[in-house]
Design a protein around this ligand. Sequence first.
Ligand code: C5P
Length: 232
Amino acid sequence: KGQAAAQGLHIVITAGPTREPLDPVRYLSNHSSGKMGFALAAAAAELGAKVSLISGPVSLPTPAGVTRIEVETALQMHEASQQLAGECDIFIGCAAVADYRAETAAEHKIKKREGEETLTLRLIKNPDIIAAVADRRDAAGGRPFVVGFAAETRDLEAYARDKLERKRLDMIVANDVSTAGLGFGADDNAALLMWRDGQGEGGESLPPQPKLELARAVLRQALSRLAEHPVH
Ligand code: C5P
């Protein structure tokens, strides 16, 4: 078992931040390091899966055996995700997608204006990439097993459960990012896994551990849910 647990499966993972241009030299982004998504990709490849890693701009090496698709913006990540969603068994949305982008990126560098102390940027909402994957149906009525992440600073369980239902996910990995040394940018993470399937609802609490260990535990649970309930 173990080694070949994901043999024959295609797992798609989004990772890292997205970068939303304001003009040719500036952008909106966030501090996501991509470490958790890259750990998931490494763990999935170890288990024998075919792995596609759709990554925003991060400075991490591509794990062995993983196909990396580099994107910058949320719209590019959305397009790559839609392209691969139809041909994968598990889709894991680990990316910290910018919720908004500039309505129009300026063609030329935005200049400081003499005598004007404020500048107004108009932003518009980006698509929800993982919710769009969860809403897909192929000709046979199927779609991949969809795993989302929820980073919260309070009411972890309630917010994560709401996200699980609202985005129609199969499983969610909820992190408390208010704990020092865990989550964003850190090497360790703790999580609460929650899922919904034909058997009802379930959960598993994963204590603080290196992100690669946590990634293995997340995949173990996703694979066992998928085996018990192959059609979503
Ligand atoms: O709503 P929130 O951003 O907290 O949800 C987090 C989950 O949704 C993560 O799995 C993240 O990758 C995904 N997400 C997405 N597209 C967005 C926003 C979030 O796929 N535009």
